[in-house]
Design a protein around this ligand. Sequence first.
Ligand SMILES: [Zn+2]
Length: 319
Amino acid sequence: MSQTNPKKIVINTSEDLESILKTAQEAIIVNLYANPDFNGFHVFDILAVKKFVEILKIKPKEFNEDFELKITYLVHLSKCMLRIIDFETSFGNIDSFRVARYNDSDFNLRDLFSKIKQNKIILKAITSTIEDLTEYSIEDVDLNRIQLVFFESNIFRLNGVAGISKVFMSLSSFENFLQKMVSNKFNQENKKLMARLYFIRLIVHELVHVVNRDRKKDLNTSSPKMSDFHSLKLKDEEFKDAGIIAEKKIFSQRIDFFESINQYHALNFQYIASFYDDLIEKEMDVKFDVLKSRMIPSSTVPCMMGIDMDFEKNSFTFE
Ligand SMILES: [Zn+2]
């Protein structure tokens, strides 16, 4: 796999935040250098790279949470298997990333975030994913100190980023999702249900990445190499991303929520609502029946490490 490199810099997450971020600035360069998909320096001719280089030059006294978000995103991005145009899009839009406030009274996402972190079925999905990947057992994972932070960006299919003891959730993507439901004439109740499931999928995905990096004390960690993988319990086709493996433990497949809501009349809301209730309110060990729900599985499963993103069909371009 192209994202692994033995000389990769460890970004020790047990250090203070300033040291972590300074190390991350260096690590991004090394990652990009080692990433065969990034491939060559001609990319430095493009205008978009200027914005990216500016971020690497920022001094500690200017570090803030916006910077933390951008640099964390770039650490993950620098290891992704992507086309040059996707790097360009990211670099060109990196200045649009900013932490945002969100009044989530419609969906009570903060309340749901607390419930997810305490849910024993979800906790099992997260710990067993990490155990499958690393072959060491995890006990007493404490998700409580992991925070939820909202942000905005111009990359509308970017759903979230795994931070240091933080899940960054994109409001731009979420608002886009809500808007699509309005266009498809969802009633309020179904809109709320789908918004909450969208949130659960995203949070499960990102929590795995956060916990994994935390356990390894390295923000710059990668999933195992394909060659190492045969000795582990998972099948090759399952290997893409730890977040996706955990999603599958809850939702059976990676669900494409954007595609699914285009099927408003086909969706089995009764079943979806009972699944939600069983999982979140009753904490029952349920497995999502995709066929019954009539939701649409993702046709593309990107290897994006700590970044959660949906792609348009037949395209690997961000926008
Ligand atoms: Zn992921």
